[in-house]
Design a protein around this ligand. Sequence first.
Ligand SMILES: [Zn+2]
Ligand SMILES: [Zn+2]
Length: 227
Amino acid sequence: MPVLAPGVVQIAASKSDNVFLIAGGDGLTLVDTGRGTAVDALLQTIAELGHDPAGLRRIVLTHAHPDHVRGAPALREHTGAAILVHAADEAWLGAGRVPTDGRSGAGARRFDDLDAAHWTPFRPDVTLEDGALIAGSGGLRVIHTPGHSPGHIALLHEPTRTLLVGDALFHTGKLGYGPATYAADPAARPVAAARLPTDVAAVGFGHGAPLIGADVAAFQAFVAARR
Ligand SMILES: [Zn+2]
Ligand SMILES: [Zn+2]
């Protein structure tokens, strides 16, 4: 399990989805939850990392896509953690699926009709806005990065300058925006990428390997080219 910085660990929720556990503040914060097929394994991993899963205080969702939110209701039930999401993606959580107009491509719309793309409808405990510092998280700052979804956010762990970009950028093979079909507004993605801070020490992705130390230069060059 890659350690991005002291207190910031990447956990594989499946072979293709990453979540991040942050220790600090008033306890544990989880960023994203995976597709909900391995909630028990995720709780077990948190315990193996030396933490009591009951210490999970909050789950911050980078956006309301099934591979990020589907595990959230069960994790909240097991731990009592609060669920936080940007206000612009809140309605999708309650719908239990991405609505038809939430994807730009027919391929993704077909995927959204599958049972595997649906989740138990739920409501967040807190809605987030751009620039918010998440109370109790030990220093997570919200950066609104719409495009992949209307309420997509990146999160900067300010004490360690660790940036968690969710699906604003993918690092699957190469650094890029990921498949346009899955995005609500593909043309907005470069604008969102340009909002990301580049004075960072590590970058974590929802999909793909992290960039740490000198490897961050590839991310910095990508963002700089959008400014
Ligand atoms: Zn996504
Ligand atoms: Zn994703």
